[in-house]
Design a binder for this molecule. Structure first.
Ligand code: FMN
Length: 149
């Protein structure tokens, strides 16, 4: 049990040469390791941006995020929020793949007509809500997030 449970959200830039195979490897490693660290969360992607939310003990989340930010498979990470929470939004997901299609669709529907530029324009609360909404919507649609990748 985490003594101080936090939720951290960041976005980063996706390199042009990132492959589907890279994504699969990132997700597989995340799901395995996060389970051990009792970290949960969601990872979304739209060719230009990753957005990720990590939930867990604050020391564990801090340690992991340093490792993630040193990963050359993305660049220029920007932390948009990190705060204490009472309940996890992704209790059943060591790392939920939030997909690409729904990511773009949700952005266009809710926030902007331009899915390529908008992530950087959203404020911190909107970004957190965006990730949580994506997760909720995926569960509602009963998509198998991993198969979607
Ligand atoms: C966008 C992105 C998100 C990632 N998310 C996680 C994650 O949630 N958990 C994790 O263990 N690794 C994550 N990784 C991978 C780590 O950077 C690292 O490769 C992985 O933890 C394996 O490290 P190790 O082989 O030293 O144990 C992510 C990488 C990227 C590029």
């Amino acid at each position: 049990m985490a003594r101080h449970l936090v939720r951290l959200t960041y976005y980063s830039a996706v390199p042009d040469d990132l492959t589907k195979r890279d994504l699969r490897e990132i997700l597989a490693a995340s799901q395995q390791k996060n389970r051990r660290l009792e970290i949960t969360g969601g990872l979304g992607f739209n060719r230009r941006r990753f957005i990720q939310t990590l939930e867990g003990d604050r020391a564990a989340v801090t340690g992991l995020v340093q490792k993630i930010f040193a990963d050359p498979r993305h660049t220029a990470p920007v932390i948009t929020s990190c705060h204490e929470i009472v309940d996890r939004a992704f209790p059943d997901w060591s790392m939920m793949w939030l997909g690409e299609e729904l990511f773009t669709e949700q952005l266009m529907r809710k926030y902007s007509a331009n899915p390529n530029a908008v992530i950087d324009d959203l404020d911190d609360d909107q970004l957190e809500r965006f990730v949580l909404d994506l997760g909720r919507e995926l569960v509602q649609r009963r998509l198998d997030a991993v198969v979607e990748l």
